[in-house]
Design a protein. Structure first.
Length: 327
């Protein structure tokens, strides 16, 4: 071990004294537990995907990767914890879509999302789904569009809550198709699903979990999945392209890993490689895919570009549809 450490130190010094300390730290990283902050309560899609990664990485690193749930504030509480943490790679964030959409809404944040957060890796996507009560007067997306355009009043649609990604996507869908929709926000997908199943609201914009399971067992009818490819959970539900919708109507709740701004590049690279390894491991990948996740991965730069693109995309939707910010 000492010999390897000496060789690593010599190699680092040979490329320049400025980079040497961070390269040596990266060689030893991690040598203590990693705090993996999740901005939601246990049991949801964000938490579940984080725990799957944490289990794999704990075995890989020989150090505990400890999931710490910090819900509240529209993910701002957890994000601030990571943004203000020591930039050494030992505190990381499972970032969900609000890391971009909070900026899209122009919210005043207690951290600078560009300077105080460093993209590490895109992780997984959870595709969005448009579904309806089986008693609705339409069975396909084409039938829904034809029916909707004949209506004189706005069509109610349910989502997990105001300013949620399913809400934003539903508004984008309505504008793109020239259909007037009336959003009904709930306190989470479970409450919305209950009302849609009960026939109180016929149309539902949600993530693949939990609503995909209701489509799978026949309690809901799937109209379209907002993804480029059909998802294994719902092989009979068409994609945006197959339903004849504009390509920019693809959408997902996207998950990625972030570290505090200023985290040394070699440590970011080490974390990036580790999360890409999570996604390439067959057993771990199967767990994620079986739950409805789409595997993404890629470089830290790829994730940074994704965040910028999503922020701008949803800023336009928010402005055009005049959507109120999350409260």
């Amino acid at each position: 071990m000492k010999r390897r450490q000496l060789l690593a130190s010599a190699a680092a010094l040979s490329i320049g004294p400025a980079l040497a300390p961070s390269l040596v730290r990266a060689q030893a990283f991690p040598d203590k537990p990693i705090r993996f902050v999740v901005p939601y309560a246990p049991g949801g899609a964000t938490d579940t995907s984080a725990r799957i990664a944490a289990e794999y990485l704990t075995n890989k690193f020989g150090q505990q990767v400890l999931v710490e749930n910090k819900p509240g504030g529209g993910t701002i509480i957890a994000t601030e914890i990571v943004a203000k943490a020591r930039p050494d790679g030992y505190t990381i964030l499972m970032a969900a879509a609000p890391v971009a959409t909070n900026t899209s809404f122009g919210l005043k944040l207690p951290y600078d999302p560009v300077k105080e957060l460093a993209p590490v890796c895109s992780y997984v996507d959870m595709p969005l789904l448009l579904a309806c009560n089986p008693g609705a007067p339409y069975k396909t997306m084409a039938e829904f569009i034809a029916w909707a355009k004949k209506q004189t009043s706005p069509i109610p649609f349910a989502s997990a809550g105001n300013a949620s990604m399913p809400h934003l996507w539903g508004e984008q869908l309505g504008m793109a198709l020239g259909i007037k929709l009336d959003h009904i926000g709930y306190k989470g997908s479970a409450d919305a699903l209950k009302d849609v199943l009960g026939g109180h609201v016929m149309l539902f914009s949600d993530t693949l979990l939990p609503s995909g399971l209701a489509v799978k067992d026949g309690r809901l009818r799937g109209l379209v999945v907002a993804s480029a490819k059909r998802v294994p959970m719902l092989p009979d539900v068409p994609t945006v392209a197959e339903a004849g919708l504009p390509a920019d109507l693809t959408g997902a709740v996207f998950f990625g890993v972030m570290a505090p701004g200023g985290t040394p590049e070699p440590i970011v690279a080490r974390l990036n490689a580790a999360f890409n390894e999570v996604l390439s491991d067959p057993a771990t990948a199967k767990k994620l895919v079986d739950l409805g996740f789409v595997l993404v991965g890629g470089s830290a730069a790829d994730y940074g570009k994704r965040l910028a693109a999503e922020t701008e995309k949803w800023r336009k939707v928010i402005q055009q549809a005049n959507i109120a910010p999350p409260s």
